[in-house]
Design a protein around this ligand. Structure first.
Ligand SMILES: [Zn+2]
Length: 287
């Protein structure tokens, strides 16, 4: 189990770096910090030009430098205790971010090796102060799931446009108007058998009200079912995390080859429990 686990976590990091795209420099920074925070590593900026590139490094890179005598004397005892300098390990970890011609920021690895163990308690970590606490759980889950925070699965390869609409706001009132207009175009008694959405809760509520017999195919709903039914089958939370990581790798596979590979790994984990296999089949059928 543990060797499968660690290879998955590495693959997860590489996938994250390869697949993620960010709207802006700030967006990249926030997400990368959150991703590595969840892995137990702080990230700091080594070098950057705000509209072009950024080089990020492990927060433990660099070595402790003695402060000049004069300055050190001025430091209060409290300040010296807070100093992170003595913890530096000259860690070689570095990744770079670049703004592409499409205006989106992408990541590439420079050196993914750390020369120290990840920190399990990040509360005292210098970079943890920059992460809003409400993000931590979400990010931890996304990290385990292999879902880059900004990445969404496009449905355009497998479905088609029935119409376009410009909305002032993405709220239930606006969605109700749009879905009702769509319903009128289809005519009475006609309704789609399947609608695919992302996890847009307002839209999903409206679809459920307006098209009660239509199947709403939503990754979020499937995952909710998997979480609700499968978690209790695992005695150890690490096993459950590994199961969810593997499951999400399957769901978010971007190519057929990757899907086959992820499915293979998932089947291996799933075969450890027949109960999980049958629950998963039910979960997929219900949504
Ligand atoms: Zn490091």
């Amino acid at each position: 189990m543990s060797s499968i686990g660690s290879s998955m976590m590495n693959q997860n990091e590489e996938l994250y770096l390869a697949r993620s795209k960010f709207d802006s420099y700030d967006d990249l920074l926030r997400n990368v910090r959150a991703f590595y925070y969840a892995k137990g590593n702080g990230i700091s900026i080594r070098d950057s030009r705000k509209d072009k590139y950024v080089t990020l490094q492990c927060a433990l890179s660099g070595v402790y430098k003695e402060k000049p005598e004069k300055k050190r004397k001025r430091c209060t005892e409290k300040k010296q205790k807070k100093s992170t300098g003595s913890r530096l390990t000259n860690c070689p970890f570095q990744i770079s971010g670049k703004k592409g011609s499409d205006g989106l920021w992408v990541l590439s690895p420079i050196n993914l090796t750390h020369n120290h163990e990840p920190t399990t308690d990040m509360s005292g970590h210098p970079s943890s102060r920059r992460l809003p606490p409400e993000d931590v759980q979400t990010v931890k889950h996304m990290t385990l799931s292999g879902i880059p925070p900004r990445q969404r699965v496009s449905c355009f390869n497998t479905s088609f446009y029935s119409g376009f609409v410009f909305l002032e706001k993405e709220d239930e009132e606006n969605y109700t108007w749009a879905i009702t207009a769509f319903k009128n175009i289809l005519g009475q008694g006609n309704h789609p058998s399947v609608i695919v959405t992302d996890r847009e809760l307002a839209l999903m509520n409206v679809i459920e009200n307006e098209f009660p017999t239509t199947s709403l195919l939503c990754v979020w709903h499937i995952e909710k079912n998997v979480v609700a039914n499968c978690k209790k089958l695992f005695k150890r939370s690490e096993d459950y995390d590994m199961f969810m990581l593997s499951w999400n790798n399957v769901v978010y596979s971007t190519t057929e080859t990757l899907f086959e590979k992820n499915w293979g790994e998932f089947t291996l984990l799933r075969s450890l429990s027949t109960k999980i296999g049958s629950l998963l089949a039910n979960s997929l059928c219900n949504h």
